[in-house]
Ligand binder design. Structure first.
Ligand code: ADP
Ligand code: TRP
Length: 324
């Protein structure tokens, strides 16, 4: 399998990103190709402060490495360090039909809300197609919301091949298990855009405060409670094994336990789950050169493959004097 996925550095990663995506990227590393990149070019469609973008990219790299992405088993790089991708984006754009992009949800949603979209947002799926096709990727782990973009990628590859002859490989989406649909502090799906996130790397004090702010109902302390209807318990299940889950569920049902105690159990479980990653992150933070070297080395490896594919594409569409 030739795996490729990207994640946008648009803010600090949260528990939803971890359980819904990052944890699964990590378990998929070690294949023939395991490429993961920080999608800084995509982030430019929303992050317009250079210092914020730089900091977000640094944080994304630190988070991914601390959480277990291993540069020996996977290649981690910055999207913008592979400029061949933007060249391929143009080449694909010349065969992209407008209607294909008009139905993509990021653009459609904005238009429906009456917000003016720029060409970057409109052509975002073509850049994503180039990201995928430029490494001859076979397998693209993505959340359900990104499957449409992998379909567009397949359409573009097919159209390119029909125009210029077999050249690009058709990838498949590998839909990540989001069944967890991690709830945020207000009980809705956890997302940066809803301001309800629990960041993965937070000082213990802030983490406790955020956990204590999780919305619960007003059942009195002495009364029995339904664990299945409570976000604190839903979050706890992500960290705890079946036995621990059963113990806490029993305490909910038995009454006499306030939500504060359940939140304390959640806090302890999260601290112990991310404890080692916390330490690794602190170590990495004190050696920024190591992180930069990992990203550079990753880009070097990714570029070698990207150059090969771009040459093939240039040749196929007649940009080279002689076909390769
Ligand atoms: P956000 O909604 O915070 O902007 P992104 O859209 O950047 O997050 O998410 C990146 C990936 O993380 C998604 O494709 C999805 O797989 C995963 N993800 C994000 N939030 C959740 C969640 N609440 N539950 C499960 N997975 C999630
Ligand atoms: N658009 C993806 C997201 O918002 C990130 C991304 C960019 C990506 N390029 C990609 C994901 C290529 C998979 C493959 O989540």
């Amino acid at each position: 399998m030739k795996i490729l996925s990207g994640i946008q550095p648009t803010g600090r990663f949260h528990w939803g990103n971890y359980f819904g995506a990052i944890r699964q990227y990590i378990s998929l590393q070690g294949h023939e190709q395991s490429f993961y990149f920080i999608a800084d070019l995509h982030a430019l469609t929303t992050v317009r402060e250079p210092d914020v973008l730089r900091q977000n990219v640094k944080d994304a790299a630190l988070d991914l490495l601390a959480l277990g992405l291993d540069p020996k088993r996977a290649t981690l790089f910055r999207q913008s360090d592979v400029p061949e991708t933007t060249e391929l984006t143009w080449l694909l754009m010349t065969i992209t039909q407008m209607h294909l992009l008009e139905k993509c949800h990021a653009f459609k949603d904005k238009k429906a809300k009456g917000i003016a979209a720029d060409a970057g947002l409109f052509t975002y799926p073509v850049l994503m197609a180039a990201d995928i096709l430029i490494y001859d990727s076979t397998t693209v782990p993505v959340g359900a919301d990104q499957v449409q973009h992998v379909e567009v990628t397949r359409d573009l590859a097919q159209r390119f091949n029909a125009t210029y002859g077999e050249c690009l490989h058709l990838p498949e989406a590998y839909v990540l298990d989001e069944s967890a649909k991690v709830p945020g502090t207000d009980g809705e799906k956890m997302s940066k855009s809803y301001g309800n996130t629990i960041p993965i790397f937070e000082t213990p004090k802030k983490l406790r405060k955020t956990i204590m702010s999780i919305k619960t109902d007003s059942t009195p302390m002495e009364s029995p409670k339904n664990p299945e209807a409570c976000s604190v318990y839903e979050l706890y299940k992500l960290f705890a094994g079946p036995e621990e889950q059963a113990i806490l569920a029993e305490r909910y049902r038995g009454g006499g336990m306030g939500y504060g105690e359940a939140k304390e159990s959640l806090y302890q479980a999260a601290m112990s789950h991310f404890g080692a990653a916390f330490e690794r992150r602190t170590q990495l933070e004190s050696s920024p050169d190591v992180v930069e070297d990992i990203l550079r080395e990753g880009a070097h490896r990714a570029r070698a493959k990207a150059r090969e594919v771009v040459e093939r594409v240039r040749s196929a569409c007649g940009l080279l004097a002689k076909p390769v």
